[in-house]
Design a protein around this ligand. Structure first.
Ligand code: GDP
Ligand code: MG
Length: 440
């Protein structure tokens, strides 16, 4: 996949202390191929690669002899830009109701996404939604929306399939107002291809509903074609956002990267599965990190910065690099990490987390933290700085003192060793100042 290929490319450059112009050329050549194979628009690829090359070869990296990681950062930032930079927020009406219109080809996921989003916004913004069934053409389309509405306990306005969709929407809007719904979601019909008759109908629906968002729903698996579809819909309906569905599937991912720069329309939400809760707001930066296999780096930084004392973190890093990281520091670290929320979540967000999944010792069981603290506190100062000196009889003494077993002590020592190794890996082989505790 695109992600695999980019990750392989990044891996080559990641640990570099120096990056030559030839290295950058080689890397951008590989990136270019990976993007083209993922069906990213040719023009988009061309300008993307050029920007990366300019920045990576330019002063930013070479003059300061910054290591490979900085090059990766350039790629990550440019990928983020490509997908729109900042996260684009949902446009809520100042004067209710907020009206969301869903358009797109048949099978793209309009009906599913309308229901998912109704559910999402109801929770996130405490709204009272009404869904309007305006697809009278696809057999059972109305039934489908009603079934989803039933599951979620969200009402559906329908006039059957014998009334003109524009009229259905007009009456649905009236009902929404009279029943004080502050959120209206309009599910429309799709076709297999762009079709004039449908476009006319959608224009009229737009006119009678005056939507705050016109969402184009596109299937991520359709690649380049999704971009053409977006262009066509945008010309007629002035789209305000894209909902990209089926990103959970085996997609080449190219559409997510080109759609914004080709159409100027931001992706606002992504569908990650068939279930009703499988919808997420789209974060370009997080997506870029995911594609590059950097884990959900930004969420991690947010958490880390909110919770870790920067000075202390830097100090700790120095210690790790100089191999003077002791069990006392470990204890301290545990305390800080504990403030950051469930450890499993944190580990999952760390770059290369997949690699650590199988390594049981990496997973610090929260319930065992208390025990861990007790064990470390039962050690002498010397044992804490030189854990290698802890022999069998010392282990027995520590276990007794902490109310644990020798097996527990062994496990902790192993964990400490692994953690040291893991942290070192994260820190990279680079020296010098780091801006944040995770060196990203
Ligand atoms: P519509 O014709 O545009 O209204 O499309 P539907 O909402 O009926 O969806 C078509 C099919 O795609 C259905 O089987 C959905 O369950 C499925 N689908 C929609 N969104 C997603 C998604 O994000 N992931 C997956 N895996 N399937 C989806
Ligand atoms: Mg539908």
């Amino acid at each position: 996949s695109l992600s695999d290929r980019l990750q392989a490319t990044m891996k080559k450059i990641r640990g570099r202390g120096k990056v030559s112009e030839a290295d950058v050329k080689q890397m951008t050549r590989e990136i270019r191929l990976a993007l083209l194979e993922a069906d990213v628009n040719f023009k988009v690829v061309k300008s993307f690669v050029k920007r990366v090359q300019d920045r990576a070869v330019g002063q930013e990296v070479l003059k300061s002899l910054t290591p490979g990681q900085q090059v990766i950062k350039v790629v990550q930032e440019e990928l983020t830009e490509l997908m729109g930079g900042e996260q684009t927020k949902l446009n809520l009406a100042l004067k209710p109701p907020t009206v969301l219109l869903f358009v797109g080809l048949q099978g793209a996921g309009k009906t599913t996404s309308a229901a998912k989003l109704a559910n999402y916004i109801r929770k996130a913004h405490n709204k009272k939604p009404l869904m309007i069934a305006a697809d009278i053409y696809r057999p059972a389309a109305i039934k489908q929306l009603q079934t989803l509405g039933g599951q979620l306990n969200i009402p559906v306005f329908s006039l059957g399939d014998q009334v003109n969709p524009v009229e259905i929407v007009r009456q649905g809007m009236e009902q929404a107002k009279s029943e004080h719904h502050d959120l209206v979601l309009i599910d429309t019909a799709g076709r297999l291809h762009i079709d004039e008759g449908l476009m006319d109908e959608l224009e009229q629906i737009k006119a009678v509903s005056n939507p705050d968002e016109v969402f184009l729903v596109v299937d991520a698996m359709t690649g380049q074609d999704a971009v053409n579809v977006a262009t066509a819909f945008n010309e007629r309906l002035d789209l305000t956002g894209v909902i990209m569905t089926k990103l959970d599937g085996d997609t080449r991912g190219g559409a997510a990267l080109s759609i914004r720069s080709v159409t100027g329309t931001p992706i606002k939400f992504v569908g990650m599965g068939e279930k009703m809760d499988a919808l997420e707001p789209f974060h370009p930066d997080r997506m870029a990190s995911r594609i590059l296999g950097m884990g959900d780096v930004l969420s991690l930084i947010e958490k880390a910065q909110a919770n870790i004392d920067e000075e202390k973190a830097r100090d700790m890093q120095q210690k790790l690099l100089s191999v003077s990281f002791t069990l006392d520091d470990f204890l301290d670290q545990i305390g800080q990490i504990r403030n950051m929320g469930p450890l499993e979540d944190l580990l999952a967000m760390m770059p290369g987390a997949n690699k650590f999944k199988g390594m049981k010792n990496m997973q610090i069981d929260e319930k065992k933290i208390g025990q861990t603290e007790a064990i470390i506190r039962s050690m002498t100062a010397q044992e804490k700085t030189e854990p290698d000196m802890i022999n069998a009889s010392r282990k027995k003494r520590i276990a007794l003192g902490s109310g644990t077993s020798v097996a527990d002590v062994n496990r902790l020592l192993k964990q400490f060793k692994d953690m040291k190794k893991m942290m070192k890996q994260f820190m990279g082989k680079t020296k010098g100042k780091k801006r944040n505790p995770f060196n990203l």
